[in-house]
Design a protein around this ligand. Structure first.
Ligand code: CA
Length: 221
């Protein structure tokens, strides 16, 4: 479990960090809004504790931009007199909020609740490195980029991702994605693999889908 703490008041971030690590969480701290957004987009944290008043980019703006690309649970920290921040934060998709000053036990309890909620709801997000597929929202990201896929390309990618590290034969892919009533031949799988590679591997200069000679295709960790 890794938590990103975004807070420019060092005394608060240090304290929260110590308490979280005592509870067994891994932590990272940043004090700057822009840096927080970069980190939050590039890494997969289990939760983000996000202060609103920050240098360079405020917490509300960090949250707004983050939500365009991912749904990491976020608890915002607001000052007692900043009721509008609380409202804006929740509107923009914050999972919870805490008003400063807060009791650390309460923050810990909310962190536990929000991580659990996310795990139980089965977010339907499949990832492999920088590639991320939200099967509910039908959104495919590579880093912060959105990749536009057709229905069959999407289904094939999801099938391969859901079976990560398992070599999938052309017949299996055909059955799973096109169905038993599909009268084409297995070449269609190769064609769609090529489409996916042209939209992902070629663009980002990486190898997401591996060919296993004589066996099929696999996405490996
Ligand atoms: Ca602050």
């Amino acid at each position: 479990m890794k938590i990103l703490i975004v807070e420019d008041e060092t005394s608060i971030s240090r304290f929260v960090q110590l308490e979280l690590e005592h509870e067994g969480y891994g932590t990272e701290c940043v004090a700057d809004g822009r840096e927080a957004l970069d980190k939050a987009v590039q890494n997969d944290y289990d939760l983000i504790v996000l202060d609103v008043m920050l240098p360079s980019l405020n917490g509300i703006e960090v949250l707004r931009r983050l939500r365009q690309v991912k749904q990491t649970p976020v608890i915002i920290l607001t000052a007692r007199d900043q009721i509008m921040d609380k409202v804006a934060g929740l509107d923009l998709g914050a999972d919870d909020y805490m008003t400063k000053p807060f009791a650390i036990e309460e923050l810990l309890a909310r962190i536990r609740t929000n991580i659990k909620k996310r795990t139980q709801s089965g977010s339907g997000v499949l990832t492999c490195g920088k590639l991320k597929v939200d099967t509910e929202a039908h959104i495919v990201n590579y880093g912060s980029d959105v990749i536009d896929l057709t229905k069959k390309e999407f289904d094939l990618l999801v099938y391969l991702l859901a079976n990560r590290n398992v070599v999938i034969s052309r017949e299996q892919a055909l059955d799973a994605v096109w169905g038993f009533d599909f009268y084409g031949n297995t070449n269609v799988v190769d064609v769609y693999i090529r489409y996916l590679r042209s939209k992902i591997d070629d663009v980002y200069n990486c190898t997401v889908i591996h060919t296993v000679r004589g066996a099929g295709y696999v996405i490996r960790d």
